[in-house]
Design a binder for this molecule. Structure first.
Ligand code: ZN
Length: 198
């Protein structure tokens, strides 16, 4: 069903583009917003505008950040000789929540997936290799236990192995097909402690 208001239609159309939101849910949100105070809708619009204006990617690790380099890359407290390689910025958040890991990160921006047309050049792999030139002693690969994550792990192993850098993968325990982002803290902490040499 379509509405006579072009403005309402447009809002539904835009919201329905978000992942997990179909037209029906978008409609519900739009009607909720129509009933909400103007101040609240303004505040939501401003938050969305700021998201694109203020948040970007760290030019070192490619984590999302409001300052470049990001607070982790800038911190004096972090061990700069260790880099944990993850697929997405959400994974950094998962590791930071346990608070045990003191090294730096590198966010690839996804995983290798030839079927989806995602090759090595679509990920921050070249940027990772460039970072390894600077006194990095250990790389921990923490890609997701999925077909794509494993393919990425093997690809990175092939590239990093000849560089004489200690290389490990986080231990299994994160079930195959699950996301690091959704792993509980104990599982993730054990996976990091029990990392296996590659
Ligand atoms: Zn950074």
């Amino acid at each position: 069903m379509r509405y006579y208001s072009e403005t309402v239609e447009r809002a539904i159309h835009e919201l329905a583009k978000l992942p997990g939101i179909g037209r029906k849910t978008a409609q519900r949100h739009v009607f909720y917003l129509l009933k909400t105070s103007a101040a609240e809708v303004d505040s939501l619009s401003q938050a969305l505008l700021d998201l694109k204006r203020k948040v970007g990617y760290c030019s070192i690790c490619y984590n999302i950040t409001e300052q470049d380099p990001c607070p982790i890359c800038r911190s004096e407290q972090r061990d700069r000789s260790t880099i944990c390689v993850v697929e997405e910025a959400n994974d950094v958040l998962a590791f930071e929540k346990i608070g045990e890991y003191k090294g730096l990160y590198h966010v690839l921006g996804g995983a290798l997936s030839p079927l989806d047309g995602i090759g090595p050049d679509d990920l921050k792999i070249r940027e990772l290799l460039a970072r390894l030139q600077n006194d990095v002693r250990e790389v921990i690969i923490a890609t997701n236990p999925s077909t794509e994550g494993e393919a990425t792990l093997f690809y990175l192993t092939k590239l990093i192995k000849p560089l004489q850098i200690k290389l490990s993968r986080i231990a299994q325990g994160i079930p195959m097909g699950a996301d690091i982002e959704h792993a509980d803290e104990v599982t993730l902490s054990r996976a990091l402690d029990g990392r296996l040499p590659l």
